[in-house]
Ligand binder design. Sequence first.
Ligand code: FDA
Length: 954
Amino acid sequence: EFKTQLFRFVDVFPRCRDADDVLRHLSEYFDGVPVPRAVELGLDVAEQVPLGRVVSAAVARRNVRRMARQFIAAEDAQGAVVRLRRLWDQGEAVTVDLLGERVVSEDEAQRYADRIVELVDVLSAGTPGWPAREVLERDPWGALPRVDVSVKPTALSPLFAPLTGAEALDAAAARLRPVLDRARAGGATVHLDTEHDEAKDLGYELLRRLGREHPDVQLGCVVQAYRTDSYADLHDLVAWSARELQIPLRIRLVKGAYWDHEEIVAASAGWPSPVFAEKSQTDANFERCTKFLIDHAGEVRPAIASHNLRSLAHAIAYAERRGLGTGALELQLLYGMAEPVHAALVREGHRVRVYAPVGELVPGIAYLVRRLLENTSNESFVRHRFAEGRDLDELIRAPVVEHHRLDEQPVAPRRPATDPRAPTPFTDEPLAELRRAHARAGLAGGVRDAADRLGFAAPVLVDGQAVATDREIVSVDPGSFDRVVCRSGGADGSIVEAALDVAASAWPAWRAAPWEERAAILFRAAAILRARRVELTALEVFEAGKPIAEADADVCEAIDFCEYYGREALRLSRGTRVGQVPGEANTYSYEPLGIGAVISPWNFPLAIPTGMITAALVTGNAVMFKPAEQTPGTALRLVEILHEAGVPPGVLAFLPGLGEDVGAALVEHPRVAFIAFTGSKAVGLQIIEAAATVRPGQRQVKRVLAEMGGKNPVVVDTDADLDVAVPAITQSAFAYAGQKCSAASRVIVLDPVFDELVGRLAGAAAVVPVGPAQELRTVCGPLIDADAYERVARYRSLAHETSDVVVERDDVPVGGWYAGPVVAVTDDARSPIATDEIFGPLLTVLRAGDFDHAIALANDTDYALTAGVFSRTPSRIAHATGSLRAGNVYVNRGITGARVGRQPFGGSALSGVGFKSGGSDYLLQFVETRVVTENTIRQGFAPPPDEGESTPQA
Ligand code: FDA
C-alpha cells in the first residue's frame, strides 16, 4: 500500500503548484497509510524541523528531486555536457535520451524533434575537447561517434499508432531528417528506443525507412527480450542490417521496461499478452538473443543492456568463447542504476555505455516511475542483489526453461458456444486487436468484400414471412450519398395489426418454454454473431458510417448482450422460496409481460437492438421490432440471426418503417404491454406520454423503458494528468463524430490548468483523423444524415456567435455528411452550445473557479447520463463520484465505451428511465413478479418447509 501511494505521489508531484499543494497531496496519500520503518525515520526528521508544514513540503520536494537526480543526468543539454564529461572521465561512453514521451499534437512533436537537434548541436560542440579513449571510440568495425542519442519514436508524432502508421511514419521521418543530416556530417549515432507494444512494429518500420534514406549513418535500435516475438524480430533486423546498411546496425538487447503495462493492457482487453509470463523465460530468451547477436557480430554491432550480473557475465563469456575481442561487445547500463556494476565492467576493460536521460521532471516522470517500478519489482536483479543482498551464487544460476516454450506464440483462445447447463462465468468479447497486422487486414478485407454485397432488400417480416409494402425506405452510406446500402420495406398500421395477431397466438408456447431453452437460443445467437463478426462490422461501417474499430466494438457488445442476458435468465429462472413458515409454501418467480415493442436507434445499430430484443425474448415476451430508418439492413441481419438461433418466427416481427407510422402504431396499440426505446429525448418523452393513455381494449398499464440523450461533462482538476486527460477527452468527444449518447460534449476545467488544457486539446483535436468510416485510420467519420448535418451546422455558427472557437476542422471529404471537430470556449454556461445535446463533434469548454464550481457546472443540465473527472486527489475524486449527477461516472479515463457486465449503462433525469443495460437488474424490467402461496396443512400435518430455489414458473 505504501509503495502504491509513494508511486502515486511521485506521479503527481511535478504538477503540485506550491508548498500547500505538495502538503495537500502528501496528506491525501499518506494519512493513515502504514509507513515502513526506514521511511518513517526520514519523515520524523522532516517533522522535527521547527518551521512546520512549509518545511515538510520542502523536504518532500527535495526528496523527490533527489530521487529524480539519481536517474536523470541533467535538466538540459548544457548541463548534460558537464555531467557526461564526468562519466567519460570515469571511462564510460553515453547515449542521451531526451525526456518527453506523450505528445498529443504536431506542435509538441515538433518541439521534441527541435530539442533533439539542439541536443545534437550542443553535444557536437561540447565533446571534441574530451580526451581520447580508444576503448570507447573504436570497435572492430570502425570509429564510434562520441555523440549518441536515443530517441522515443512516439514523441515524433501524435499519430504514432498502428491505425495511423503511414502518416505518422512520414511525419516522424521528416522530423528526424535534420538530426540524421547532422549525424552524417558530424558523426553521431541515432538510436530508436523501443517502447510499448503498439509502437514496436511501427518503430522498426521507421528504422527501416531511416536506413533506406540514410544508409551511411550509424543507426541503432532496441530489441526487448521479454517479448515472445523478439527472437524473430532479431533475425529480421540482423538480416536487414547485413543486406542494406553501409554501417552495421547497433542492436541494443534489453529485457524491456513496460512489462506491467503490457500485462495490464492485454488482460483488460482479453488479448493474448505479447510478453513472457515468467521471469525465467525472459532471462532465458535474453541469453538466446545474446548468443544470436554475438554470432552475427559484424553484420550488426551487438550491445547488451542489463544490470543483471548473470545476463552480463553470460554475454561476456559467450563473446570470449566465440573469440570476439573485448571491444566488439558493448555493455550498456542505465544512469544511476547498479553503479558498482558500471565500475566493475570499466575496470575489466569493457566498453560501457550509459543511457543518460536529460530533461525536466514533468516530462521525465514516466521514466522515473519506470525506474522505481524496476528497482522495487519482486523479480528485479538489482533489488535482489543490492537491496536484499541475496546470495550471488543463487542469483547467477542459469535460467531454467525448456526452449520450445520460448517459441510458443500467444494466441487468443477460441470460445466454444456456451452450454446453458453449465455456463462459464461471463466475460466480455475481446475487441479486435487492431494493433496486430492480421486483425487489421481481416477487417479491412471484410469491408472491401462487403462493398459488393450492398443494395440488398430488407423486407418486413411477419411470422418469418416477407410482407410486401407500398413504401420503401432506402438506407445510404452517410459518407458517400450515392452508395445504396439497403432497400427496406415500410410497415404501417395494418401490418402492425397482423404482426400482433401472429404474436398473440405464438406467444403462449414461447412463454411456456423453459428458461433454459430460451437462454440456449441466446447463446446460439452469440455464436452466430461471432462467426459473422467481420461481415456485420463491415455492414455497419457502410450503413451507419461507423468507423471500423467502433463498428467492431458494436458487434462485440451485441455478442455480450446475448451471453450476459442468457446467463441472467438462467439466474432468474430459478425463482426463490420466500418467507417459509410451517404449513405454508411461498414461491416468488418471474413472469413475462406479454408482447412488447422495441424501438432502436441507428448509432449502435446492432448492439442496442440486440440488448433490448434479447432481454425481452429471453424472459418470455414476444417482440415487435422497429429499427431506425437509417439502419434497417443491419437490423434485418440481427433478426435473421435470432430466427436462425431458434427464436420462433411468430414471436419476433421485423417492422422497419417510419417512426410516425410504425412507431406510433405500436406505442398506442392496446395489445402492446411494454415499450423498450433508445433514442432522442424528444421522441422518448412523446412515447412516455402516449403510453400513459389507456386505450379501449387495453388490459395492462404499459411499461416504458427509455434511454435518451446526454450533455455529458468532463471535469479536469488542477492536478489532472493531462497526458491522459487530453487523449481521453478527444476520443470521447470526437470518435464516431460525437454521435454516441455517452459522448463528451462539455469540458469543465479548473482555472490554473485552463490555458494549458485548452491549448493541448486544440492541438489534439487538430489531428483527429477525419474521413470515411471504411478507412481504418478514421476516428471521426460522417454524420448520419442531412438532418444531423444541418443541426450540427446550426450549432457551429452559433458557436461563432457565442464563444471563442479555438478549433474548427473543415478538412473533410466531400460527397458525405462530414463535419470536422470543433472546440469552442465560452464563459456562458447557459449558452445553447453548453446546454443542448448536439450529437455531433462539437466540444464546449467552460472555466471553473474551483472544484465545487466545476461540479456545479457539470450538474447544471437536464441530463444525467455519463460524466468524467480527471484528478489525482483522492478526496476530490470521492467528492466528484458522490455528487456528479450521472448514471455512469468515469474517473481518469474516457467516458464512452461501456462494456456489458463491467459498466452497466444508463442514465437518469431526462436521460432516461429504467435500469441499466448490461447490468444485473436489466431483465427485471421485462417481467412481473408473481408470488404463489400454498397452504400445505392436511389434517394437521404439514411437510417441513423447503429452503432455497423453487421450480421455474415460466
Ligand atoms: P532483471 O534481470 O532484474 O530483469 C528485469 C526484467 O525482467 C524486466 O524486463 C522485467 O519486465 C522482466 N520481468 C519481470 N517479471 C517478469 C515476469 N514475471 N515474466 C517475464 N518477465 C519479467 N527498455 C525498453 O523497453 N526499451 C528501451 O529502449 C530500453 N532502453 C534501455 C537502454 C539501456 C542502456 C538500458 C540499460 C536499459 C534500457 N531499457 C529499455 C530498460 C530495460 O528494459 C530494463 O532496464 C531492463 O529490463 C532491466 O533488466 P535487467 O536485466 O537489468 O534486470
